[in-house]
Design a protein around this ligand. Structure first.
Ligand SMILES: Nc1ncnc2c1ncn2[C@@H]1O[C@H](COP(=O)(O)OP(=O)(O)OP(=O)(O)O)[C@@H](O)[C@H]1O
Length: 336
């Protein structure tokens, strides 16, 4: 288990981490998700020991490693680009940090990442995805207490990314590794991790399962950063939130007052204008983006707001059409 408690870090006058806390259960993968510049890399560097925190602690298992140098922490790192030694074979790259005569462990680690039999190849004979898996094998080889992955799929092209993600996830699972993945890609975080830690301005503002972060975001910022959301001014009473889309049931009933609702695009349904009873809002389709498996329609409401609505691949509305908008399910309300 990895525990990061109340870390603070400033560079000069700029505070980069502000009471930053993170917990990763043994054998699980946590994704640290946040926009560029929020402090993700600094947090990783502090866990690895390349950077010293101004305050706070880092514990791995039952060891407080806060004051230890990197080589005594038992942390493995997979950098953004594999950074293999080009003149060493795959096996020698993986065995680099191990005592002599560790051939069996090298083989075992290559098998973990699905590259059994590749030991004698040279790095340039591998694809980008295979190189990244070798980098993971190298990080796992000394049996580290924690593996840190710093945006490890950035250098890979899109078509390769999903497959390499699956391979890396499976290898980490087989190795029983406790791992932290840093990413600014929400789909990557939601699909790969056991928990997602959402980072903003040097703090983890919410850490929970992917489903909980998506369906019960801690605040409006998390709701809009993790997944798309249509945000509208609203007024809540206990059970409902009223906005231009009608009086909508709240997912979490709470106090009365002004604030905002967040509606996921897949909760919005379009009807042919006027023909559905109970339609609270009407407007006109402005734009259609077709993605094959689904599509997004931008609707300009008669009241002036714009909504982005997700529909299935079978699109029944065209730009210029008059439509009604209905909301399915419950909505999130955030008081002001
Ligand atoms: N050694 C340093 N000296 C001064 N400022 C630094 C240093 N390292 C990082 N910073 C600043 O700290 C802030 C956070 O940087 P960090 O690299 O941790 O963010 P990040 O979330 O990893 O961003 P990205 O996703 O773009 O890599 C930035 O404003 C950066 O300029």
């Amino acid at each position: 288990m990895l525990t990061v408690t109340e870390i603070r870090k400033s560079f000069g006058r700029t505070q980069v981490l502000d009471r930053c806390s993170l917990t990763v259960e043994k054998g699980s993968l946590a994704a640290v998700l946040g926009p560029s510049g929020c402090g993700k890399t600094t947090l990783l560097r502090i866990i690895a020991g390349f950077e010293h925190a101004d305050a706070g602690t880092v514990t791995i298992g039952d060891r407080d490693v806060t004051a230890l140098p990197p080589e005594r922490r038992g942390v493995g790192i997979v950098p953004q680009e594999a950074a293999l030694f080009p003149h060493l074979s795959v096996a020698r790259n993986v065995g680099f940090g191990l005592p002599r005569g560790s051939r069996e462990r090298v083989e075992e680690c290559l098998e973990l990442v699905g590259l059994a039999g590749y030991g004698e190849r040279m790095p340039h004979e591998l694809s980008g995805g295979q190189q990244q898996r070798v980098a993971l094998a190298r990080a796992l080889a000394p049996r580290p207490g924690v593996v840190l992955l710093d945006e490890p799929f950035n250098a890979l092209d899109r078509s390769l990314r999903a497959a390499v993600r699956d391979d890396v996830r499976a290898a980490l699972e087989r190795a029983g590794a406790t791992a932290v993945l840093v990413t600014h890609d929400q789909e990557e975080a939601l699909s790969m991790a056991d928990t997602v830690a959402v980072m903003r301005a040097g703090r983890i503002v919410q850490q929970d399962t992917p489903a909980a972060v998506y369906t019960a975001p801690a605040d409006l910022g998390v709701a809009t950063f993790v997944g798309e959301a249509v945000v509208l001014p609203a007024r809540a009473t206990g059970e409902t939130a009223s906005c231009v889309l009608g009086d909508l049931p709240r997912r979490f009933p709470g106090p009365t007052g002004p604030g905002h609702v967040a509606v996921r695009p897949e909760q919005l349904a379009l009807t042919h204008a006027g023909d559905a009873p109970g339609t609270a809002a009407r407007g006109r389709v402005e734009r259609l983006e077709y993605f094959g498996h689904d599509a997004a329609l931008t609707v300009l409401l008669d009241t002036g707001e714009r909504l982005r609505v997700r529909t299935g691949g079978d699109v029944r509305h065209r730009p210029g059409d008059r439509v009604g908008v209905a909301v399915r399910g419950t909505v999130l309300f955030f008081p002001e």
